[in-house]
Design a protein. Sequence first.
Length: 286
Amino acid sequence: MRKHALIFAVALSCIFAFSSCKAPEKITGSAAVSLGASSSPSSAPSPSPTPLNSELVEGTPYNDCYKDYSDSTFTYEGILMPYHCYAPKSYSPDKKYPVILALHGSGARGSDNSSQVPFFPDLLNSLSLSFYEKDPAIVIIPQCPDNGWWDGIYDTCAMKIVDIVQSKFSTDKNRFYITGCSMGGDGTWDIGIRYTNRVAAMVPVCGVRPGNGVDAEVLKDMPIWIFQGDSDTIVSPETAANWYDELTLAGNKKAKITVFPGVDHNCWPLAWSDPKLYDWLFSQHT
């Protein structure tokens, strides 16, 4: 009941906030403090859609703009990792589409292939309202198992899903982006470090992974935009600040950090509803 109530509340709030995927709407939020600098694959037909639990997307702007290709049975090395793949309804194999991998926080772990979606209405709606025509993207939202963490083999599993999507859709492999919040922020750092040659840009949001000089050196040429609430009591704001300092020391001139004053751990709605984020993101290429 609590899960259904949460999903209904998210969907209801989206209905009132947004009305059309073709009419951009100004999105406002808390004032923020920002620092820092500001081979194409062959075309392939889209996969056949898998039916989706309609209560997750009914009445939301991204349901008007995106078609959901879901897989609740994907398994890699014994790990079940269901996922949703949102592709533009205007998808054409004659175009190349950027891909965004979005990683949820620890509270959405499981195997129902639904708990992770309510983390991302701000991301999906922002893409629908402001960028659907200019920069339509494919968004992958996997679900980490109950006993898993976005690190190691679980991130490898998520990247296998990326491989599947990139093989089934016509995608721009020079514009693969990753973002995640909390535990998903940890995974964002991990995948960025391990797959530096594939990731065009990273957006860790209140990520739990501490920074260090060795990892910062690996990421010294990576475009990164860090988001953090300065009143976070779950992940210390110093974690984000330390990452930015380490990246700066390593010579990264493409790193940015935004700190939201008075905002606690749940800062991802503010981060993912900022249109400037996507203008910056889609301009990044490997």
